[in-house]
Ligand binder design. Sequence first.
Ligand SMILES: Nc1nc2c(ncn2[C@@H]2O[C@H](COP(=O)(O)OP(=O)(O)OP(=O)(O)O)[C@@H](O)[C@H]2O)c(=O)[nH]1
Length: 332
Amino acid sequence: MPDTETAAMSKLKTTILTGFLGAGKTTLLNKILSSESTERVAVIVNEYGEVGIDGQLVVQTNDQIVELNNGCICCTVRDDLIAAIRALLQSGRQIDRFIIETSGLADPAPVIQSFILDDVLSARLELDAIVTVVDARHIEGQLAQEEAVEQISFADVLLLNKIDLVDEDHLLQVERDLRRRNPLARIIPTKDCGVAFEDVVGLGAFDLKNVLAIDPQILEEQEHEHDQTIGCVAFREQEPLDPVALNDWLTRLVQDIGADLFRMKGVLSFAGEARRYVLHGIHMTLEGRPGKVWQPSEVRSSDIVFIGRNLDEEMLRAGFERCIVQPQALAS
Ligand SMILES: Nc1nc2c(ncn2[C@@H]2O[C@H](COP(=O)(O)OP(=O)(O)OP(=O)(O)O)[C@@H](O)[C@H]2O)c(=O)[nH]1
């Protein structure tokens, strides 16, 4: 067998999970990691915010998980992505496959480019498929962002997720639009990213020819800039929060600035509660549920992240601080 063929066979397959903010990427990642597959997966989770929340929301398995926070792997932390993959390859750990969850604001093109142009990545890894999760309820508005358009264009598989939140007419309309934007991808309608492992992993679907047809310049270094009006505000607080005050504040907040508030997520410590509280917001949609129990050895704290357009950090900080239970209130 020619050497090149042997080398190609031994390359580690890599899936890129992408999709706009809140579409369901972490939900899909957890489905994949909880499947019965015995493969040892190395996962890289990229978040735009400086406070990493996803790392706390990914299921605990034996798989190796690396978090890259505070920037997008398509630009500011792109070198970190390459360094993280190289470090995992050199770690001596058994790895059968890589999965990379991009931030919701990532343009997949520069990420794809790294796999083709970087010496180590191109020699050791092979792109398996670009899997894009689409939020059936919010995608229409999200398409104003170029990154959301690119995430759909480059997909080999489109998970049309959150079908429970839209009616049939709306779903058909979104599906038609996806088909128009990407005639080749397989479209799978889902609720809670309910797909089989084999539907999204081990597809061998990535094809550089298709990618070049979409973006003939993809292999050239291009300056990549995000919309500068979009930003992130994050808070970490060790004092417990008051759930009633927080709920009142966030309910008012999404009414006031929901159109510009693309994403809000938090893992929170409420006064007197044994469990964490996990909060998700996407524009006007707010939902929360109890999370993992706090262990006695753990330092309780709340992490909350807001991503949106023209966010007013001081206003958000003042609102958040009003939800903190003051130590004297706890003592009395
Ligand atoms: N109703 C409904 N909610 C869903 C569905 N899939 C995921 N969600 C919820 O949507 C929210 C966001 O899901 P995530 O998996 O965190 O989304 P994400 O794409 O990883 O978000 P970012 O990484 O912040 O961009 C969570 O509250 C999920 O439970 C679905 O099919 N229907």
